[in-house]
Design a protein around this ligand. Structure first.
Ligand SMILES: *Cc1c(COP(=O)(O)O)cnc(C)c1O
Length: 389
């Protein structure tokens, strides 16, 4: 068996902190034990505070894809026109779910090294004021880009459409302004910038979205895809529809406590700072960022182009085997185009920028690609010390 990695710098799931790992070791008590009932209720209350929202979020007991699919199944009714915004693999994929439930699917697709232009969304609404629901990914993890959701949400609000947001990898790394944007159904994952293990979907549902779900005769009930089944399940007085993922709740309780202790603004600044350092390091080494414009880079991870002379698979395998560092390759359509260094949650600290840059750079050199590792590390570290924001 392979040795365990020394450093996991992937695009998620992340390697949780020691505090989270200790929480995972809590004994599994019965779901109706008062200890667990109170822990669940207070975890949801702390999550509400962490999200900065006024209504209780809903936890679904499966990895974030469950929440994303449940959002489409619950919110989209059979006579709805849906506009899907695709600037990457996850955005494109959302259209396939949406198409299952809606009357008509419209799509704006841009090259995966770009972000959605809010003016294009506005143009689409002018042509099609009957659009009822829009779906967008905030941080497009496979491309390392961040969509301008605030501006997109403002357009949706002007035309009265509901907005579904995949904020799985952005929440915790940057501001997700649920009620301010506003968004209507937002899915967050604990395994990215919050630094928890994968296994839960955390959902913000606006009052308007609840109304739409209640009015949708096709919205799932008594189903793994049901959001309504879990609406009040956090209350100790309400029975769980089925057994919750008890251990995952222990971990979530811990990660949210850590996030609130640090403070959301400090956590966002930490991610932005390390993202800036990793970008500077890659550029300093002589590589190119994948996103067309640096200002479109996600604070959660950095995607960069593969130079000629090596494959992504070879660089990743070499970095893992020789330096113990696990990084991510391209995903879906982007498999052979890029590599990704994650800087989420417990790895969003400056020293990991140096680790990621040196492992990537030296692996490329070992494989015969001429990059300047020293210049990369130096650029990353001086970006850390001069960064102000
Ligand atoms: C991680 C992630 C998900 C969850 O999908 P997996 O493929 O199961 O990891 C969904 N959306 C985004 C943007 C993500 O980063």
């Amino acid at each position: 068996m392979s040795a365990e990695p020394l450093f996991t710098l992937t695009a998620g799931p992340v390697q949780p902190s020691a505090e989270t790992i200790r929480a995972l070791a809590t004994p599994v008590y019965d779901q109706f034990d008062p200890y667990f009932l109170e822990l669940y209720e207070s975890t949801v209350e702390n999550l509400r505070i962490a999200m900065g929202v006024s209504t209780a979020p809903v936890i679904l007991h499966g990895e974030a894809v469950l929440g994303l699919e449940a959002a489409a199944a619950s919110l989209i009714a059979r006579d709805d026109v849906v506009l899907n915004l695709a600037s990457g693999v996850y955005g494109k994929g959302y259209g396939y779910w949406a198409a299952r439930y809606c009357k008509e699917l419209l799509e704006i697709e841009v090259p995966y090294n770009q972000v959605i232009n809010p003016n294009d969304v506005e143009q689409m609404f002018r042509k099609r004021p009957d659009i009822a629901i829009v779906a967008v990914v905030h941080s497009e993890t496979p491309s390392g880009t961040l969509n301008p959701v605030r501006e997109i949400a403002a357009v949706c609000a002007r035309y009265g459409a509901l907005l579904i947001v995949d904020a799985v990898s952005s929440f915790g790394a940057t501001e997700v302004d649920f009620e301010g944007w506003p968004a209507d159904l937002v899915v967050v994952g604990p395994q990215k910038a919050l630094g928890g293990p994968p296994g839960l979907s955390l959902l913000y549902v606006s009052d308007r979205a609840w109304k739409k779900i209640e009015d949708n005769p096709d919205a799932p009930v008594a189903s793994m895809l049901s959001i309504s089944d879990w609406r009040n399940a956090h209350l100790a007085s309400v029975k769980f529809p089925f057994t919750p993922s008890i251990t995952e709740i222990y971990a979530l309780n811990s990660t949210i406590a850590q996030y609130l202790r640090e403070g959301p603004k400090a956590a966002w600044a930490r991610h932005t700072r390390v993202a800036n350092a990793v970008q500077a390091g890659l550029l300093g080494m002589g590589l190119e960022l994948w996103p067309e414009k640096r200002e479109h880079c996600s604070p959660a991870l950095t995607a960069f182009k593969l130079p000629t002379g090596c494959t992504g698979a070879a660089v990743r395998a070499h970095a893992r085997a020789h330096y113990g560092v696990m990084i991510s390759g391209g995903y879906g359509e982007l498999t052979d185009s890029l590599l990704r260094i994650g800087h989420m949650g417990p790895t969003a600290y400056p020293v990991f920028a140096a680790v990621g840059i040196s492992a990537v750079g030296q692996s490329m050199r070992d494989l015969g690609v001429n990059v300047d590792v020293g210049a990369g590390v130096s650029a990353a570290m001086s970006a850390v010390s001069t960064f102000t924001k």
